[in-house]
Design a protein around this ligand. Structure first.
Ligand code: GLN
Length: 482
């Protein structure tokens, strides 16, 4: 079967094609299964559901033959980061500690994908418990960047990014606590959206840092990402942190190229002046901002004196939350348990957790426990909360004057495997541009606009104020079409 057949530019185009292809869903699934097999060495999948996906595809083809109307994600082939519950399927968070665990219910996002007739083809590799920026922290081996296999795909949702990058799924879901959708999207040259905190239910998402975590979307086009968001967003009785706003129709509208909408765009001067930023990325972004200015958008540099505090605040708060969230993995109820016999209970917990968790996860549990301990609570945890509050205030003021905030997504293009693994601080600092959106809860998207002279893709990150995804997606659509 010709591969080109499935290079659709959007889900809408696929649905058009399905009108003339009664066995189209089955053909699509066979195509993606073939791509997954062919590119197995990228290690983007931890589980592939070939028979199940084919059966579902045939049922959907059958449904179309009866003339029934089709769901918004009819036959769309999706893969899930292995931290999102899918009933009756394994879920490991790429950790040894969840060995043998099977989800007993669907995450709300998964329930909604299935209700709109999506086909879930498999689960994606990631950093253990979504902690990392390279996918090298997986207990099931690293993921390779399809553009250059000696480089990382980014993380933590590296497998989900590569699934879309290498054409092994049409769209995929990841999770973004501090950049884990936007940064791998940037490293792989695809779109990655983190919605507003509270837009998509976290029910069925394994918790890393609950006040930061959001399910995010990888895709190849803005309309596809918008369509998936429209389906998975909205109130959920199982997650009280989801806003009670009904998920609105994300109609991107037609772009009038002769008279495109004009935006008020800000960027942080400190962010683009930052010494850690690759000069080529700086030039590309400043160049694009200049183009936008020429086109009549307002583009202004704004000062942001809190810039140096955001990574420390992020790592204090998220590790604190993680140390509490990960306490549930004790080997008693599910998952891995130490094979050692005759241990008394505390010793059994210690053994199980020492053997079951990887190095980075342990580092974060220890760090989180430390910042919450009686003697240090005020010095670290309380301070970080104060920083977070100031960031939120600052952001609210910023979006009174501007529609869009622009930052790089990452200070560099994809690094080589192993390059940053021995230096956790250097690794954490690479999150400098993404954690802001999670600290403040605003939505952010990485738009794959550039290619570096080293051959790797990189993007630009756009953000808006909370719950303004429609405006963010319209902006993105306009800028991707230029
Ligand atoms: N790289 C960041 C971290 O390690 C982000 C992870 C994420 O968004 N899940 O915490």
């Amino acid at each position: 079967m010709a591969i080109a057949m499935f290079k659709f530019h959007s889900i809408a185009a696929y649905h058009e094609w399905l009108k003339d292809h009664p066995d189209g869903c089955e053909r699509a699934v066979r195509h993606y299964l073939g791509e997954i097999r062919r590119q197995e060495r990228l290690n983007a999948f931890l589980g592939v559901y070939a028979d199940e996906a084919l059966t579902r595809a045939r049922e959907l083809d059958e449904k179309r033959r009866t003339g029934a109307s089709i769901g918004r994600l009819h036959g769309v082939v999706v893969s899930l980061k292995d931290v999102i519950a899918h009933q009756g399927h394994r879920m490991t968070a790429a950790s040894k500690i969840l060995t043998g665990f099977t989800s007993i219910y669907n995450a709300t996002a998964v329930e909604r994908l299935l209700a709109e007739e999506a086909i879930i083809i498999g689960r994606n590799n990631c950093d253990e418990f979504a902690m990392g920026s390279t996918n090298e922290n997986s207990a099931y081996g690293k993921v390779l960047n399809a553009r250059c296999p000696s480089r990382v795909p980014g993380g933590s949702s590296g497998g989900s990014a590569v699934a879309v990058q290498a054409g092994m799924a049409m769209v995929s879901l990841g999770s973004d606590t501090g950049g884990s959708v936007r940064q791998p999207a940037d490293f792989c040259g695809v779109l990655g959206l983190k919605p507003t905190y509270g837009r998509v239910s976290r029910y069925g998402l394994i918790a890393y840092a609950s006040s930061f975590d959001q399910i995010g979307i990888f895709g190849r086009s803005v309309p596809d990402v918008a369509r998936v968001l429209e389906v998975i967003a909205g109130p959920d009785e199982f997650d009280s942190t989801v806003a009670r706003m009904e998920s609105s129709k994300l109609d991107l509208g037609k772009i009038d190229h002769n008279n495109p909408k004009k935006y008020r765009i800000a960027y942080f001067k400190e962010a683009l002046d930052h010494e850690g930023l690759d000069p080529e990325i700086r030039e590309a972004i400043l160049g694009r901002l200049d183009d936008w200015r020429q086109q009549g958008h307002t583009v202004e540099a704004v000062g942001f004196e809190l810039f140096d505090y955001i990574v420390p605040a992020y790592y204090v708060l998220t590790t604190a939350e993680a140390s509490s969230n990960l306490a549930r993995f004790d080997g008693v109820r599910y998952g891995y348990r130490s094979p050692q016999k005759g241990l008394e209970l505390t010793e059994f917990y210690k053994r199980t957790r020492s053997e079951g968790f990887g190095r980075e996860v342990k580092r974060r549990i220890l760090l989180g426990t430390f910042v919450l301990s009686a003697g240090y609570y005020d010095a670290y945890f309380t301070k970080a909360q104060q920083v977070r509050k100031r960031l939120v205030d600052h952001t609210n003021l910023l979006f009174k004057e501007f529609d869009i905030l622009i930052l790089p997504t990452s200070p560099s293009t994809a690094f080589k495997h192993g390059e940053k693994m021995s230096d956790p601080i250097a690794m954490y600092l690479a999150d400098i541009y993404t954690v802001y959106a999670n600290l403040t809860g605003i939505p952010g998207i990485s738009l794959p606009l550039f290619t570096h002279t080293n051959g790797m893709p990189f993007g630009i990150q756009a953000m808006t104020s909370r719950f303004k995804e429609l405006s963010l997606l319209q902006f993105s659509h306009q800028m991707m079409q230029q």
